[in-house]
Design a protein around this ligand. Structure first.
Ligand SMILES: Cc1cc2nc3c(=O)[nH]c(=O)nc-3n(C[C@H](O)[C@H](O)[C@H](O)COP(=O)(O)OP(=O)(O)OC[C@H]3O[C@@H](n4cnc5c(N)ncnc54)[C@H](O)[C@@H]3O)c2cc1C
Ligand code: FES
Length: 333
């Protein structure tokens, strides 16, 4: 029998049970979302014991040194003690500067980092974990460069019944506090590795957020090879930043913007219609795919399908960077 100690309670772990599932089963309100090691919402502190390598590897080294690990990836094989995290250890305070609609369903959220202790260093395209006053924690990709704009930009889609997004769309306002932790993820431009390669970026919905950040970062760093950005919505009305991206394409000869939609609502114009992974397979120059750097983001079904398709067409797996937007699985009866 393996025992998990939490706040002086001795909880019995089932065989192969994660620390997160055990805590939830015993009524502990630990935040979580993806249960896949992605969102970093379920961070806990291992006390007087060592968490598994598998559960620690997702966490930044300085937090690992304080005992932090992801509860959803930690399956103990001996008695352990896990305590809730100390917010000040792993998150910084930010203030919502503005909330602005980018289309009917998407909000642009600008955050000022108001925590005096440290700035928040990241590469555009990585993601952070945002924690609101109710303790709800969710991952969001970063669409800009803090050093350029003096704020952090997120694009967040309304989600029916969604806990965090309902709070954001219905209750939150400028001036509210949001804690942010991170960054995490490897979906970003790396001038040492990517400078001489064609860039192909493809995303659905708010999957545009990291891709927009990466495009702007690459252009700022004088990327001269071609950059192709594919952005898809279910309908043309679900696209956003269309005029901004068209203007960017007319300013930079090497940047090409491809708006796409699954369904043609009669207003598609030059917008390509069809499933995005099929549009990519049709458009992309196969002989050059092996040298290209590919960035995929948005709905997990799209990311996994496109990753497989592009790999089979010749892209190299180490050059495909993706952060699928894995959501919390909510079972309703
Ligand atoms: C690496 C990463 C990056 C991400 N980046 C972004 C980003 O840049 N922009 C963005 O918009 N999102 C992003 N996400 C997704 C984001 O983290 C959240 O999952 C999303 O915003 C939904 O959160 P929520 O709390 O509103 O929904 P949740 O409360 O977590 O609900 C999850 C799902 O369950 C459904 N649901 C909940 N309750 C019920 C119910 N009672 N009945 C039926 N269905 C229900 C919801 O409709 C939703 O589809 C990212 C995710 C990851 C992992
Ligand atoms: S990382 Fe553990 S729930 Fe998302």
């Amino acid at each position: 029998m393996t025992i998990l100690t939490h706040q002086q309670r001795q909880l019995e772990l089932k065989p192969w049970e994660t620390v997160l599932d055990c805590l939830l089963r015993h009524g502990v309100a630990l935040p979580y979302a993806c249960k896949a090691g992605m969102c970093q919402a379920c961070i806990v502190r291992a006390v007087d014991c060592s968490a598994s390598e598998e559960s620690r590897k997702w966490v930044r080294p300085e937090l690992q040194a304080l005992g932090y690990t992801l509860a959803c990836q930690w399956v103990p094989d001996a008695n352990v003690q896990a305590e809730l995290p100390v917010l000040a250890d792993f998150a910084v305070r930010s203030t919502i500067r503005s909330l602005q609609r980018l289309n009917d369903d998407v909000l642009q959220v600008l955050l000022e980092i108001t925590d005096p202790r440290r700035m928040f260093a990241y590469r555009p395209g990585q993601y952070l974990t945002a924690i609101n006053g109710n303790g709800t924690a969710r991952a969001y990709s970063i669409a800009n460069d803090f050093n350029e704009d003096g704020c952090v930009e997120l694009h967040i889609a309304a989600t029916t019944h969604g806990e965090f997004t309902r709070w954001l769309f219905d209750t939150a306002s400028a001036g509210d506090t949001l804690y942010v932790s991170g960054p995490a993820g490897h979906c970003h431009y790396d001038v040492r590795d990517d400078a001489d390669a064609a860039l192909i970026l493809a995303g659905t919905g708010t999957g545009l957020a990291p891709l927009y950040g990466i495009v702007m970062d690459a252009l700022r760093q004088q990327h001269t090879e071609s950059i192709h950005l594919y952005h898809a919505g279910r309908t043309p009305a679900q696209l956003y930043l269309v005029d901004t991206l068209r203007a960017l394409a007319s300013k930079h000869d090497n940047f090409h913007y491809h708006p796409c939609a699954v369904e043609d609502d009669g207003k598609a114009g030059d917008i390509k219609t069809g499933r995005l992974e099929q549009i990519l397979a049709h458009d992309l120059n196969r002989p050059n795919l092996a040298q290209s750097r590919i960035f995929l983001s948005g709905a997990p079904t799209f990311v996994h399908a496109a990753r497989k398709k592009l790999y089979l067409l010749g892209a190299r797996s180490e050059h495909i960077h993706c952060d699928p937007f894995t959501e919390r699985v909510v079972v309703t009866v």
